[in-house]
Design a protein around this ligand. Structure first.
Ligand SMILES: [Zn+2]
Length: 320
């Protein structure tokens, strides 16, 4: 099925085969957290695993290019036509890597038939004295399409964010924010009202507040939801108890995504399959989720028309 993907961390999507290239002994077996029943005790445990693996590979622009090429080719094979992915400011800062070089290396890895939009993911204290100059330069970086705020959600978000996001949009960059995963609806409200975003990564905890549900529907905010990630990080207790159905019924636009397949081990097809099998969404509702993605894609009307046409052909071919 032709589709878009909107919430995918590049470092968290490193193909396992590349890790094996560096250390065939440690990474001989697939990790236990790929098992469907695995649950992370905390975000810190998840973060530790991710950083240990990503830190081994992402040490140069060339390594970013190779990983991006493998990740993009794989996404294309899974039917993805439009992909939004982010690189982590923390990885660039820690590795002493140049933002322009890395973003150019990632963007040039996009294969024919896949449109890639690249974001810089900034953790809550990422706009530090040391890294703020690089982020300011990022406002004028032609390879960067936008910014995302991510990382440990309960960490205090500094005053930098609202002003930086306003200036980012003035510079033509798109802005989004992780919220409503480990913090409740009040942080979603803040992302919408103070940061001015119309796209929330996760946002599933909006269901805890009727006011937040109304705010998201009224402002046409899209939630980029990652079902397997939500389960494995214990944001929600089970697939059956996942709030996706309630969000959709509340008139909130959602998309389906993988978040960090290096850690969660899911393909995009599996994510959709679980949404259908475990959450009971119909074929029509699945197609609506896919159409939502094409609606919000950061491309011109002609390209959207192309995506929709390919989806319509798919629907006809499969009698859906
Ligand atoms: Zn994420």
């Amino acid at each position: 099925m032709p589709k878009g993907e909107f919430h995918l961390h590049l470092e968290g999507s490193l193909p396992y085969s590349l890790l094996r290239e560096i250390d065939p002994v440690t990474y001989a077996e697939l990790p236990p957290f790929w098992h469907r029943d695995y649950r992370f005790p905390s975000f810190a445990d998840f973060d530790r695993e991710l950083l240990a693996m990503a830190g081994l590979w992402f040490t140069s622009p060339e390594r970013y290019h190779r990983a991006a090429k493998a990740i993009f080719d794989d996404a294309r094979e899974q039917g993805v036509r439009y992909l939004e992915t982010s690189i982590a400011s923390g990885c660039l800062e820690f590795g002493g890597l140049d933002l322009f070089e890395v973003t150019a290396a990632v963007k040039s890895a996009a294969p024919e038939g896949l449109t890639v939009r690249l974001f810089m993911g900034i953790h809550h204290s990422g706009y530090s004295e040391g890294y703020a100059p690089a982020l300011e330069e990022g406002l004028n970086c032609p390879h960067l399409d936008g910014f995302d705020i991510h990382g440990n959600e309960p960490d205090p978000l500094g005053d930098w964010a609202a002003d930086f996001y306003r200036r980012a949009r003035e510079a033509g960059k798109f802005t989004k924010c992780h919220a409503g995963e480990f913090m409740g609806p009040e942080f979603i409200d803040r992302a919408v009202n103070e940061l001015g975003v119309t796209r929330i990564e996760h946002g599933v905890r909006a269901v805890e507040s009727e006011g937040t549900m109304i705010l998201l529907a009224d402002r046409n905010v899209t939630l980029d939801v990652c079902p397997v990630s939500n389960i494995k990080l214990q944001v929600v207790p089970s697939f059956a108890g996942h709030p996706l159905r309630r969000l959709i019924d509340g008139g909130i636009r959602c998309t389906i995504n993988r978040d960090d397949p290096l850690i969660f081990g899911s393909t995009l097809e599996e994510e959709y399959h679980l949404v259908q099998e475990e959450m009971g969404l119909s074929d029509g509702e699945i197609l609506d989720l896919v159409r939502n993605g094409f609606d919000i894609a950061l491309v011109d009307g002609e390209e959207k028309k192309k995506y929709r046409k390919e989806l319509d052909d798919f629907i006809l071919r499969h009698g859906l």
